[in-house]
Design a protein around this ligand. Structure first.
Ligand SMILES: [Zn+2]
Length: 432
């Protein structure tokens, strides 16, 4: 092709592109909602309203049932409609089970990504339109996140930490393996000393992390009898928070014991995962710093159940920790909630099964939250916690069209959220 023909073809393409866009009005969807909790912060439930959606965004909420003959109509007149749910703590690429040790030696990052695609679809269909992944192999989780964002695979919007930071010998350092095998399984996110930890934070963000996750204490499922106390030093935690904030990333800490929770909050950390043994000083610090607690009660319940199973697969070291943590988490969430700590919804799904995330709501209610407060944790609160309030968390003009529906009234009985009947993410319907 000659030069001018190339230019002419390009110009024609531009014209056709522009002409096509103007000739074709953007598709509008009208969601007719019998009852509508558009703004969980206010708690106001509207009757007989229509949500107007265009190009993946909410463009309006109108009184009455409108839209017939003007675009696609979604009839949810018999349903309760609310914003897409948000889970701020999942590990979308795997599920824990009896074969974990073998799984980790055979599964490649590609295998993890394929499983991640599978669990992402299940999670979306359960009504969770956004999740935060709190620790997974970089290559796997970033591929799943980006594949969903590009529309290649169905799933929730994902914000991802990549590999979680752990001290050498800590929860992220594979335990219970032959030394050479354990060494091979190590991820590049172990660090010791402030400088080394700063380096890992910068490399993790450089690799693609949306936020930073650290394991400040021992963990239940690490196959080591080394407790649930503080493992990163105060100095390491200060260095991590400083390095992450300098690059515009939030930092959250997996933390069980109070000393570590308090040290991390004093270091300027943004949120705590689990918070199992938090105390009154923690409550004071959470409030003073405006930090978030993500209680993950479903994980506590799940490991407690495994530990009490006489045919269970937990090693003695893990079982002892699980027996402590299971019942304790719910009491800590109760203490935090009563003390006015801001709570965001998170399940640690991978411990519990993906798609069962909504079981957390009933546990939050058991910890003293009202059903509406429990719904707020998974909508407005989680959006705020993840820094995504401009995009998600409520049904209001300008935000992403992330919308779910249930039969029944979740402000009266939160367990109806375990049976989601309609899911839209970014204006696209994934369950009807
Ligand atoms: Zn976790």
């Amino acid at each position: 092709m000659t030069q001018w023909r190339l230019v002419a073809a390009a110009v024609l393409g531009l014209l056709l592109g522009t002409g096509g866009a103007t000739a074709q009005a953007p598709a509008t969807t009208y969601i007719q909602a019998g009852r509508l909790l558009a703004d969980p912060a206010s708690g106001r439930v509207l009757s007989a309203h229509t949500i107007v959606v265009r190009d993946g965004r909410i463009v309006g909420i109108e009184e009455g049932y409108v839209g017939e003959g003007q675009g696609e109509v979604v009839d949810l007149r018999d349903s309760f409609v609310l914003p897409g749910l948000i889970d701020s703590h999942v590990h979308i690429c795997h599920e824990n089970g009896p074969n974990d040790r073998v799984r980790r030696t055979v599964q490649t990052a590609a295998d993890l990504a394929v499983d991640g695609a599978h669990y992402a679809r299940i999670t979306l269909e359960a009504g969770f339109t956004t999740v935060a992944d709190m620790g997974e192999e970089n290559d796997a989780i970033f591929a799943v996140r980006d594949g969903i964002a590009r529309g290649r695979i169905p799933g929730p919007r994902i914000v991802a930490a990549g590999n979680a930071l752990s001290p050498h010998g800590g929860p992220g350092d594979p335990a219970g393996y032959r030394p050479d095998v354990g060494h091979t399984l190590r991820r590049p996110s172990l660090c010791s000393g402030a400088d080394d930890c700063r380096r890992v934070v910068r490399e993790t963000i450089h690799r693609g992390a949306d936020h930073i996750k650290i394991t400040a204490t021992g963990s239940v499922l690490a196959d080591l009898a080394s407790g649930l106390g503080q493992q990163f030093t105060d100095e390491e935690m200060r260095a991590i928070v400083e390095a992450a904030h300098a690059l515009g990333r939030r930092v959250t800490a997996h933390a069980h014991d109070a000393a570590a929770i308090n040290a991390f909050l004093r270091a300027g950390g943004d949120s705590i995962e689990h918070g199992t043994n938090l105390d009154s000083e923690s409550v004071r610090l959470f409030r003073e710093r405006g930090a978030w607690l993500v209680p993950t009660l479903l994980a506590g319940e799940t490991v407690g159940r495994w530990a009490n199973d006489p045919n269970g697969f937990l090693s003695p070291a893990v079982r002892d920790k699980a027996l402590l943590v299971g019942p304790r988490m719910i009491e800590s969430a109760r203490l935090a909630h009563a003390g006015g700590v801001r709570i965001a919804f998170g399940t640690d799904s991978s411990v519990s099964r993906h798609g069962e995330n909504a079981r957390e709501f009933a546990l939050l209610v058991r910890a003293g939250l009202t059903p509406l407060e429990a719904i707020q944790t998974a909508t407005v609160n989680a959006a705020d916690h993840l820094g995504l309030s401009a995009l998600i968390g409520s049904i209001s003009p300008g935000k992403a069209a992330d919308i779910v529906a249930v039969r029944g009234d979740p402000t009266a009985d939160v367990t109806v959220l375990e049976r989601i009947s309609f899911v839209m993410r970014d204006g696209r319907v994934y369950r009807r």
